[in-house]
Design a protein around this ligand. Structure first.
Ligand code: ADP
Length: 286
């Protein structure tokens, strides 16, 4: 895999004068300096379980005693407020600063979904506006000291992943989520190319919905084909962090706003997930 374009410079807001832009930049740098690692959760297409992986990853890291923020930069279809329900989850504003919503095991959460009044609001943004919203999510939110900022990016390789990767800085790594089918794997190749283009190290691939363990007989069935993520990881020379089976409990937990990583259940899904988290904890991202 190789780069086909130069890394583009972050857009500059033409409505701001040079002094304001320098002050904005200094604030962003100061906030990002307090964050030890960023994990960008990416996928080639929607519906593969990227937000599910992001929210459970953030919860699991927090349950390992890490200080964790979870930022949802899907400004059109935010999922985090649905997947992790926080009663009265609203962003509070103090002066020019937004206070993240606190939820789960001590997580600091930020999503456009906490700013809208209804989950069904359609949010229409143009590119430059999206960029400035994402900048605000990083610089105007009082994240404080964090061990990890987990970022749930919208699917694909558009404006939002590009903006947040460029603005949030380093150390950082990508966790790329796919399902095993060839069509999902083809989309994920673009994601890997994106990471190379923006100089984002790849922590590894997660193959989600990888087989179905029958709750009655315990027999494993490959619902969506098998091993696509595994062979892609080999081909691309990136680690396979793990394979999460298709599990109705994951859907139920997501629908109830109570992700499975909040529970202490011992199932093939939780075991697979803990393996992924242990692998990530063992990786020093740069
Ligand atoms: P994406 O962020 O990629 O669009 P989501 O995380 O929103 O995907 O997941 C899409 C749907 O798939 C949700 O209903 C979620 O509960 C379900 N899902 C995700 N992972 C699994 C899994 N391992 N087993 C069963 N359902 C899953």
């Amino acid at each position: 895999m190789h780069c086909t374009t130069e890394k583009p410079p972050p857009p500059i807001d033409p409505t701001k004068n040079a002094a304001t832009q320098m002050a904005d930049e200094a604030l962003l740098q100061a906030r990002m300096l307090a964050i030890r690692q960023r994990l960008f959760v990416l996928s080639g297409k929607g519906g593969v379980g990227k937000s599910t992986v992001a929210v459970n990853l953030a919860i699991a890291l927090a349950r390992h005693g890490r200080r964790v923020g979870l930022l949802d930069v899907d400004v059109h279809g935010p999922s985090i407020p649905t997947l992790l329900r926080v009663p009265d989850g609203r962003i509070r504003v103090q002066g020019n600063t937004m206070l993240p919503v606190e939820g789960g095991p001590g997580l600091k959460l930020m999503s456009i979904g906490y700013l809208t009044t209804s989950g069904s609001d359609a949010i229409v943004w143009r590119g430059p506006r999206k960029h400035s919203v994402i900048r605000q999510f990083l610089s105007d939110v009082r994240w404080g000291e964090l061990d990890y900022l987990v970022v749930d990016c919208p699917p694909g390789t558009g404006d939002e992943p590009l903006a947040v990767v460029q603005l949030a800085g380093e150390p950082a790594a990508a966790v790329v989520v796919t399902t095993p089918q060839e069509v999902a794997v083809a989309d994920v190749r673009r994601c890997l190319t994106f990471c190379h283009q923006v100089d984002l190290p790849i922590a590894g691939l997660v193959e989600n919905m990888s087989g179905f363990v029958c709750p009655h007989c315990g027999h494993a069935v490959d619902l969506f084909g098998a091993g696509g993520g595994e062979s892609l990881a080999r081909e691309a020379g990136v680690p396979l962090l793990g394979r999460i089976p298709f599990d109705p409990a994951v859907v139920a937990g997501g629908d109830a706003g109570s992700p499975f990583a909040m529970l202490d259940a011992d199932t093939p899904t939780t075991r697979a997930f803990h393996g992924i988290v242990d692998r990530l904890l063992g990786i020093e991202v740069s």
